[in-house]
Design a protein around this ligand. Structure first.
Ligand code: PEP
Length: 253
C-alpha cells in the first residue's frame, strides 16, 4: 500500500447480475462498517442495466458505483452504446475502461481506451484504466514494456490522483485462479508509478490509485495488498459474493 493514498476496492460484476442479485450490494453495504469505512473506499460496477437501481440502493452507504465501459461518443446514432454521461446520470462515479475482455473480445486499442477515458472525464467520471500483459508477453520478458506502452497510449494527459485510477490486471490472471508473485506485482506497480510520473508529472502520479486485479480472493488479498504501490484491488469473480468482497476490503484496511 501507499501510506498517503486511501485504498479502493472495486467489484467488476461483468455480465452477471439480475435485479434479484442486488442483495449482494445490500449485503456489502451492511458489512461496510465504521472500521472499514475509515480505511478503504468501495465501489461496485454492476452491469449497466442495474446501475441506476444499485446506485439508488447504495445512497447513504458511501459505496460508489461504476460502469464497466462507456462509448467514446457523447450521444447520437450509436445503437447499443452507453455514454459516460448516461452512466453518471444513473449514479456512477467510476467507469472501467480498457478491461482486457474489451481489448481482446472487442478489439479495443490503446487509442480507443484513451478516448473512452477522456469521455469518462468529460462526464466527471473517474476512469479506471486497465492494463496488463498476456502470459506470452510475460514469458518473453516483455511485461513491463507492454504495460508501459499501454499506459502511454491509454492514459489521457492532464489527470491527477483524484481523477484517475489504474488497474494492473495481468490477462493470464483474470478468472484463472493464477496470480503473479508479490515480487512481480511490486516490480510492475513501481514501474507503473514511474511511467505515470513521465506521463502526468511526479506530483499527479504520486496520488493515483494503482489497483491490482486478477484472481484476488480472501485467501491471497492480504499478501497482494501489502505490496508497495498496490492501493487496492479490482475484483471480478469474488465481488459476486458479499462475504468475499468484504474480506478483500478488510485485507486493504
Ligand atoms: C476482472 O475481471 O477485472 C477480474 C480481476 O476478474 P477476477 O477477479 O475474476 O480474476
Amino acid at each position: 500500500m501507499t501510506r498517503s493514498i486511501r485504498p479502493l476496492v472495486a467489484g467488476n460484476w461483468k455480465m452477471n447480475g439480475l435485479k434479484a442479485d442486488l442483495g449482494i450490494a445490500a449485503a456489502v453495504a451492511q458489512g461496510y462498517g465504521a472500521g472499514l469505512k475509515a480505511a478503504v473506499d468501495l465501489a461496485i460496477c454492476p452491469p449497466a442495466t442495474l446501475l441506476f437501481t444499485a446506485s439508488a440502493a447504495l445512497i447513504g452507504s458511501r459505496i460508489a458505483t461504476g460502469g464497466q465501459d462507456c462509448s467514446v461518443q457523447p450521444s447520437g446514432a450509436f445503437t447499443g452504446e452507453i455514454s459516460a454521461a448516461m452512466l453518471a446520470d444513473a449514479g456512477a462515479t467510476f467507469c472501467i475502461v480498457g478491461h482486457s475482455e474489451r481489448r481482446t473480445l472487442h478489439g479495443e486499442t490503446d487509442a480507443t481506451v484513451k478516448a473512452k477515458a477522456v469521455a469518462a472525464r468529460k462526464a466527471l467520471l473517474v476512469p479506471i484504466v486497465c492494463v496488463g500483459e498476456t502470459r506470452e508477453e510475460r514469458e518473453a520478458g516483455e511485461a513491463l514494456s507492454v504495460v508501459r506502452r499501454q499506459l502511454e497510449g491509454s492514459v489521457p494527459e492532464g489527470l491527477d490522483g483524484a481523477s484517475l485510477v489504474i488497474a494492473y490486471e495481468p490477462v493470464w490472471a483474470i478468472g484463472t485462479g493464477l496470480t503473479p508473485t508479490a515480487a512481480d506485482v511490486a516490480e510492475m506497480h513501481a514501474s507503473i508509478r514511474a511511467d505515470l510520473g513521465r506521463i502526468l508529472g511526479e506530483a499527479a502520479a504520486a496520488g493515483v490509485r494503482l489497483l491490482y486485479g486478477g484472481s484476488v480472493k480472501p485467501s491471497n488479498a492480504a499478501e497482494l495488498m501489502n505490496v508497495p504501490h498496490v492501493d487496492g484491488a479490482l475484483v471480478g469473480g469474488a465481488s459476486l459474493k458479499a462475504e468475499d468482497f468484504l474480506a478483500i476490503a478488510q485485507a486493504c484496511a
